[in-house]
Design a protein around this ligand. Structure first.
Ligand code: DGL
Length: 278
């Protein structure tokens, strides 16, 4: 019995995203939960999710959850805002292990951060059109109002490595000007890629606006959840054991290069799998 419990606690956490962006969430889990093993899946063959329909994003997410469950993960983090917005409710109903997304933790952190009750959200077109951040925040705290803005060009700019670049600056100014005019004091970076251009967004919004990165809160929520369920891994795996494993649906080398530029250490390898088979 005890052995079974240990086996379960030492099982990895599954983390998935439409591609590389969810590494910002994985990075935060690595920082806050150093004892946990991770199996990461990036759907690099089918990215972006942010311009796709609810049905398609849900179908893709189901396949990935099936893949992760075959890797015997003990819990799943939907690291993608778009998949959290479109598919999480369905996945929760269908999955018999704990599963959390990034939207609610990010929304709760913003509610805690705001003083004037005006919150902005920037995200993909899909996340914004789902209305999930606005609905959840305004229902949780009726004194808060939310203004949302889709920023579809941010994802390709980040993937091109233009994190600090005049082009990104110019586009960010256009996207964010409407949010500056309405005096928000808190802005949710509601897409996995946006923390990587945090300094550009912060410079434009000014010091008075608190930027919320849902990745940080998601890792905290995962910690609380694993503790509550008695699932936390007690000690850091021995050196030489595979603490983190990475899978993608295409272009493993490109993924590995990007991952190495944002994770605190070099990843050994990323393996390509045919996710349509799951
Ligand atoms: N990971 C997605 C998100 O957080 C951004 C990239 C995409 O559109 O797939 O919404």
């Amino acid at each position: 019995m005890m052995k079974e419990k240990n086996l379960l606690c030492n099982a990895p956490v599954g983390v998935f995203d439409s591609g590389v962006g969810g590494l910002t969430v994985a990075r935060e889990i690595m920082r806050q939960l150093p004892n946990e093993r991770i199996v990461y899946f990036g759907d690099t063959a089918r990215v972006p999710y942010g311009s796709k329909s609810r049905e398609t994003v849900t179908r893709f997410s189901r396949q990935i959850v099936r893949f992760l469950q075959l890797q015997e993960v003990k819990a799943i983090v939907v690291a993608c805002n778009t998949a959290s917005a479109y598919a999480l409710d369905e996945l929760e109903k269908e999955t018999d292990i704990p599963i959390i997304g990034v939207v609610k933790p990010g929304a709760r952190a913003a509610i805690d951060a705001t003083h004037n009750g005006k919150i902005g959200v920037i995200a993909t077109e899909a996340t914004i059109s789902s209305g999930i951040y606005k609905r959840y925040i305004e229902k949780t705290d009726t004194g808060v109002s939310v203004v949302e803005k889709a920023c579809p060009l941010f994802v390709p700019l980040v993937e091109e490595g233009l994190w600090e670049d005049p082009v990104t600056d110019e586009i960010a100014r256009r996207y964010l000007s409407g949010l500056i005019d309405i005096d928000i004091d808190t802005l949710i970076l509601g897409c996995t890629h946006y923390p990587l251009i945090r300094s550009t967004v912060g410079k434009i919004m000014g010091e008075k606006v608190t930027l919320v990165n849902p990745a940080y809160e998601t890792a905290r929520e995962l910690k609380g959840l694993l503790e509550k369920e008695g699932l936390e891994s007690e000690k850091r795996p021995e050196l030489g054991t595979e603490l983190y494993r990475f899978f993608v649906s295409d272009a493993a080398d490109k993924f590995q290069k990007f991952a190495n530029s944002i994770l605190p250490y070099g990843i050994l390898s990323a393996k390509a799998v045919n996710i349509e088979e799951y």
